[in-house]
Design a protein around this ligand. Structure first.
Ligand SMILES: *[C@@H]1O[C@H](CO)[C@@H](O)[C@H](O)[C@H]1NC(C)=O
Ligand SMILES: *[C@@H]1O[C@H](CO)[C@@H](O)[C@H](O)[C@H]1NC(C)=O
Ligand SMILES: *[C@@H]1O[C@H](CO)[C@@H](O)[C@H](O)[C@H]1NC(C)=O
Ligand SMILES: *[C@@H]1O[C@H](CO)[C@@H](O)[C@H](O)[C@H]1NC(C)=O
Ligand SMILES: *[C@@H]1O[C@H](CO)[C@@H](O)[C@H](O)[C@H]1NC(C)=O
Length: 486
């Protein structure tokens, strides 16, 4: 008895000792990493300088920091903005081992700089990895200024609506800075290689070590204020109507779908003030600001699509449920027929925004559902509601439309909409809904690119449907607000 207690005591003591040792060792390791990173990161980067010099035109370079998680966005910025305005003096600066290879494969200029351990996954706002990645922007601009270049730094979730470069005309200014709801936005600004701008970037970069829990914007803004107050920095505050952030452009500007409330004065759109990469991409797509044609997203000649509408308002309590069921039905039918679902426009019952209060307002999927969750299950199987109006979709697809079908079913929906004249009725031969075989028989032969349904509230015979698909649908829908939190 006594001996075992002694043994227990000994074991306990060695455990504690080991634990302390590990903690000290870990701390030491962290110190070393920080120290090495720090000394290394003050060095001017000769290779980066060379890359910048070879890309700059008239002493100006357009810079973007990028990692693999944001590849899709980087390609979109390139396609919507750099290509469109013939901006050739850009350089993507890559922070992981793979991104520059991916971009170079698309003939997009990229310099491989620092390897971030979280580079391969997209980081959402306010995470630790996100903060660390943002700090790199400061360093990149600093390096450009050190070699005498003027630099426009642009985040990847921006689209240029005009060429911004001719707009920066204040020759005596250090920086021209866009607005982020009352603060400077470090995601889009123009800097000149003047002493004030260099000092600003050095101080901000230095702060990234003393205050690693800040984003570069949080670090930059107080320093801008202090230097401005001391007369050491001359700043142009870019007009927030011309350089709108996500809140100004989408929310206050009441822009839900492509073509809503055109903005002739806008020079850029910054797709921020929304959580998650998936939601940003989807919002760009619905707004007509997406031109990334990877895997022939738009330009495929042989891909087949399915459309349906949500014509009926079932009232506040029921509409959401029936619309979600109709969307699920569309994905099941799409899966059976190997057709990509083109999303409908939804009623706006769950939307509290001003623009949703109009009587005929319609909402996109991201207004009520979490796009990140949705994409885990269904990315690649759907297209945004404005898809068929995109310039890059072949005319042959746009013109190849089936008759409009209506699947009858009296059992699942209370008061199903009456099909208007001219639609082709499909009457299921089982009261619980249309069967997989019926769907194949009725539509499997259709050669049109776009198979059209009047609506899809009707029930299917779910007991026959593919279990994987049903499971995906179970997991895909998470309620959310338009900013995608919580
Ligand atoms: C930033 O830190 C470096 C290294 O400690 C120092 O040499 C430099 O003077 C600092 N710059 C500013 C503007 O504080
Ligand atoms: C960042 O860390 C400092 C201490 O280093 C702390 O005072 C501050 O509250 C932290 N800020 C955030 C946003 O976590
Ligand atoms: C399904 O459609 C895709 C896209 O058009 C096509 O590449 C694929 O071959 C089709 N699959 C089958 C089994 O037909
Ligand atoms: C309809 O389908 C159900 C379930 O598969 C089946 O039990 C029932 O017999 C079918 N009814 C008819 C009329 O075929
Ligand atoms: C295709 O159409 C033909 C002729 O109408 C029909 O005999 C055949 O069963 C259909 N096949 C499929 C898979 O729907």
């Amino acid at each position: 008895m006594k001996r075992s207690r002694v043994r227990l005591f000994k074991a306990l003591v060695s455990c504690i000792l080991l634990y302390t040792a590990i903690i000290y060792w870990k701390k030491d390791e962290q110190r070393n990493i920080n120290f090495e990173a720090k000394t290394h990161m003050y060095d001017p980067d000769i290779l980066l300088h060379e890359a910048m010099k070879s890309r700059a035109l008239n002493g100006i370079i357009v810079l973007s920091s990028v990692d693999s998680g944001y590849l899709e966005m980087a390609v979109n910025l390139y396609a919507t903005s750099f290509t469109r305005f013939n901006i050739e003096n850009y350089l993507f600066v890559g922070s992981d081992p793979d991104i520059c290879a991916a971009l170079s494969g698309l003939r997009i200029a990229c310099h491989s700089y620092i390897h971030d351990p979280d580079g391969r996954t997209p980081s959402n706002y306010n995470t630790k990895a996100f903060k660390r990645k943002t700090q790199l922007k400061t360093k990149i601009v600093l390096e450009a200024l050190r070699i005498g270049l003027k630099a426009l730094i642009t985040d990847l979730d921006i689209v240029f609506l005009k060429n911004p470069l001719p707009q920066f005309t204040c020759e005596r200014c250090d920086i021209e800075l866009s607005d982020d709801v009352g603060k400077g936005n470090s995601g889009f600004y123009f800097a000149r290689p003047a002493p004030g701008a260099v000092e600003l970037h050095e101080r901000t970069w230095n702060m990234s070590f003393t205050r690693p829990n800040l984003t570069n914007q949080q670090a930059l803004n107080p320093i801008v204020s202090r230097m401005r107050a001391a007369g050491r920095l001359t700043v142009v505050d870019l007009d927030k109507e011309m350089y709108p952030n996500g809140r100004v452009y989408f929310t206050e500007g009441r822009r839900m779908f492509k073509g809503d409330n055109p903005c002739p004065d806008c020079i850029i759109v910054h797709n921020n003030w929304i959580v998650s990469l998936a939601a940003k991409i989807y919002r760009f797509k619905e707004s007509g600001l997406w031109k990334n044609d990877a895997d022939k997203y738009f330009s495929s000649e042989d891909r087949k699509y399915l459309t349906f509408d949500l014509p009926k308002d079932f009232g506040e309590t029921k509409t959401g449920r029936w619309e979600r069921m109709a969307l699920g039905n569309a994905f099941i039918i799409g899966d059976i027929l190997n057709r990509t679902v083109i999303l409908p426009r939804f009623h706006c019952y769950s939307c509290k925004l001003e623009m949703c209060k109009m009587p005929d307002a319609r909402c996109h999927l991201g207004i009520s559902y979490k796009m990140e969750k949705f994409d885990v299950q269904l990315k690649g199987r759907y297209r945004e509601s404005v898809f068929l109006s995109h310039d890059m979709v072949p005319l042959g697809i746009k013109k190849s439309l089936s008759p409009v079908y209506f699947i009858e079913s009296g059992t699942t929906v209370d008061e199903p909409p009456a099909p208007p004249d001219g639609v082709q009725k499909v009457i299921p031969n089982n009261e619980s809904g249309v069967s997989v075989r019926d769907i194949k028989r009725r539509f499997g032969n259709r050669t049109e690119s776009v198979l059209r349904f009047h609506s899809l509230y009707a029930g299917l015979k779910y007991d026959e449907c593919d279990k994987d698909m049903l499971n995906k649908l179970k997991l895909a829908f998470g309620r959310s607000d338009f900013l995608q939190h919580p």
